[in-house]
Design a protein around this ligand. Sequence first.
Ligand SMILES: [Zn+2]
Length: 541
Amino acid sequence: MGVYDPANADVASRLKNPPSTDSMHTLLGDEERTWELLTKAEVEARLGYPVTELPRGKDWGDLDVAKVKQWVCIPATIQYTIWSDVYRCEGFVTIEEPTGKVSTRGKNAGKPIVREKRVARGCGHEIVLWDAAVNKSDGETAGFFTCTNPACQHNWKKINLKRCGFVPVVSNYSYVGIQQTKRGIEPANRRTERKVSTKEISRVKEISSKPCPYWLPDHLMDKQGPQYRRNALRARNIQDTRDFYTTRNLWALALLWHHAAQCEPLRVSSQARFCVTAISLPMTRMYRYRHDGKGGILTGSLYIPSLTQEMNVGTAFWAKVPDAVAVAARRARFDAAVLLRRGSATMLNLSDSSVDYVFTDPPFGSNIYYSEASHIWESWLEAFTGRKDEAVVHRKNDGGTKRLPDYAALMQAAFHKMFRILKPGRWATIEFNNSDGAVFEAIKEAVRKAGFEIANMLLLDKQQKTFKQVKGAEGVEDVVDKDVLFNLHKPAVVRTKVRDEDHDLEQQIASAVRQHLQTLPGRIKADPANIQRRAPHHRYD
Ligand SMILES: [Zn+2]
């Protein structure tokens, strides 16, 4: 059909099995033939559904797809797969049951009395949320939906059902096709999507059924962690880091991690592993699918949505590599000496008064549970933040025991250390944000107790990249979406001990002049050039 007609030389020269073998010239030279001619039956066997369910291309016109006998199969790369939660049609509903009695009082007099009763309903069928509740034109998920078993069709409220798994539903893929241009037939990069195929599903199952040949991050989650509890990860059966990934993405990351660790020299290995940890979060099931393409990861959280977008690990990794190469090149060019240390800011191993400037972006109190939210990439690195000394304020009902005074004490210890290592007369900047005035006050107090003077506070509007002076202390109440920069000054040390004999400056000068004049004749005798010392322009020597 159209440019893809197998009889076209451009198509035939790409086919492994061209329709005619007689004197077909090769337009592509020795390039490997990767396309394949399939029958409609073969295509439907691979898809697992009729070709009429494929999304129609905009250049298909009024073509009757069901009548197309020959199909060109072009190799494509899955860019992402949408996965959907699956619910079991099984739960309880409240019904009203007649008691057989009739009311005799009030406005209900004469009406039969009913009682509410909880009864079990459902056929046990597995309901794929994507099929049952998602509006394909706007991506909205309905709060109520009907069981997809035609014999059942029970109407459920989503929150009354239990999840029983997650399955792939849509494949979004890219391929190099062809297009007709003024210059003739040319390759064309295409991106499209369709319902996931039987072939893809069986591949996913095949991967899931085998043991992974590489090391996997199997570090257990903290089941008492605020994020774990808030996002009901127990109900999703999340036991350790591996459970945040689809099996295929977990394997792909594990393979990259394995090879990155083996790179030589160590510098390259570190950069390669940096690229893997950089993508370790977006490759999880925390990547939210959104119809408008604005899905993604909610940082500082451990939330797994009902509809997720399983990203292509290879594509993501290779997109990070140029950044790593650019950093390496810049480092080589400037021969920059960078010292990176991991540890507590309360125990900085640097000499007193040795640092020119400090910039710090400290934990913001109760906004983010950093150590818990970092569990996934810390598992890959097998290096974990110590929870005991984490500067954080637990919110009520979050299960933790840290309160504002614990946070303030840790922050003050860190600011105190910062003050000591800074040179006198130098500056430090703290970037901070918290909507709670009490947390802001705690930071200000900790800063002052450490010895700093707060020179000013600026609003950092990250969207517009502008600074604005904060109006007084109460101005911090409305800075939720903007960070505040505290500019701090370490006062220059005032010398308090002076030798007594230094006091009379006039006497010292007179004594120096006297000594000069007394010794001058002798020095002129020794070296006549010293006569110059008597010239008028030497009078201030
Ligand atoms: Zn049902």
